[in-house]
Design a protein around this ligand. Structure first.
Ligand SMILES: *[C@@H]1O[C@H](CO)[C@@H](O)[C@H](O)[C@H]1NC(C)=O
Length: 325
């Protein structure tokens, strides 16, 4: 459920967090009448006692090698257009070119199928089974091999897939977009600790398309340049686009939102991002440096549920603007 007119200046929110909380309550009530959301779960984790201790535990490990470095290379998975191809990991995000993507015959990237069983899954690996746990503990499909549930596709083939995100590049300089699953390769909430499974570089004027298999939860991070910044513990510390596509445990609903929580917690730059459906509705927005935000997560809204856009079971087409001012 969308709540309009929630545009708030970050400075105003900082001065009176009650504003933020009130908005959160409205959203929560609106949302609970409809369904459960899971996108915000990652955010919820940061204030939940149990999850917080997990974060601390993990951080202790990572700190030994990460030290105070704030920008570390993003692990890259080289994606092939064939689901059976081997997935190889690379320690550095040097590849700025995409793998050869197969072409299709989509008239518009956002076209949809009349019969849902006609969507292709050829580029994805096998699905991993949902654990059907609640909220933050929910683990959906992370792909087998790990990460094979998130694949780049060509514009002309994008309409063949059920969940597609189009990312439009900055008008000024190349940016990096890294995608990860909520659950890391270890089955825990470690996806955002350097475990990106797809990393794209998007040049000015370029648009790239990414398809997601059913029951995929995670986020993408965005940053200017060739890599995603990390916090002192190795977590991606930039603006995130969080997603939850056709959640098996939520009657197939999908959801998305923009979150600056990790960037703000790390006292690092907040990148502007706007996510809307392809018609321009159900937007979640944060501008560069968080000068304003709407229907999105800042640190003040950590733990609140129901922010962002969502849709009933079925195809999802999202259009993303990065470097949003
Ligand atoms: C959709 O496609 C499936 C598989 O081809 C078929 O069994 C089903 O009848 C179709 N449904 C409709 C409404 O056409």
């Amino acid at each position: 459920m969308q709540l309009k007119n929630s545009l708030v200046l970050l400075t105003a929110m900082t001065a009176g967090s009650a504003v933020g909380r009130m908005h959160g309550h409205e959203r929560r009530h609106a949302h609970h009448q409809e369904h459960k959301r899971n996108v915000g779960d990652m955010v919820y984790a940061k204030i939940d006692g149990k999850i917080q201790s997990w974060v601390n535990e993990y951080s202790g490990q990572a700190a030994t090698s990460a030290a105070t470095t704030t920008a570390v290379s993003v692990p890259t998975v080289v994606v092939s257009s064939s689901a059976s191809a081997a997935v190889s990991a690379s320690a550095t995000a040097t590849a700025s070119s995409s793998p050869t993507l197969s072409t299709g015959s989509c008239k518009n990237w956002h076209d949809t199928k009349e019969n849902e069983s006609d969507y292709l899954v050829d580029i994805f690996g096998s699905r991993t089974q949902s654990n059907m746990k609640e909220y933050i503990d929910y683990a959906g499909n992370v792909g087998s091999p790990y990460g094979s549930n998130i694949r780049e596709v060509s514009e002309s083939k994008a309409c063949e897939y059920k969940h597609v995100v189009r990312i439009d590049g900055s008008e000024k300089e190349p940016w990096t977009v890294g995608f990860w699953n909520k659950m890391g390769p270890d089955g825990k909430l470690t996806g955002w600790y350097g475990n990106a499974v797809l990393t794209l570089q998007i040049h000015p004027g370029e648009s790239k398309y990414v398809a997601f298999d059913d029951d995929t939860q995670g986020a993408w991070g965005i940053a200017k340049g060739n890599e995603l910044p990390k916090d002192q513990y190795g977590g991606y510390a930039c603006t995130w686009g969080e997603f939850d596509f056709s959640n098996t445990h939520n009657k197939g609903w999908s959801g998305w939102d923009v979150s600056a929580i990790q960037a703000q917690k790390a006292n690092m730059e907040v990148q502007g991002m706007k996510i809307c459906d392809h018609t321009g509705s159900k937007c979640s927005t944060i501008s560069n440096f968080a000068k304003f935000m709407e229907n999105a997560y800042s640190a003040l809204e950590a733990g609140l549920d129901g922010i962002g856009g969502n849709s009933v079971a079925g195809p999802v087409r999202l259009q993303v603007t990065i470097d949003f001012d």
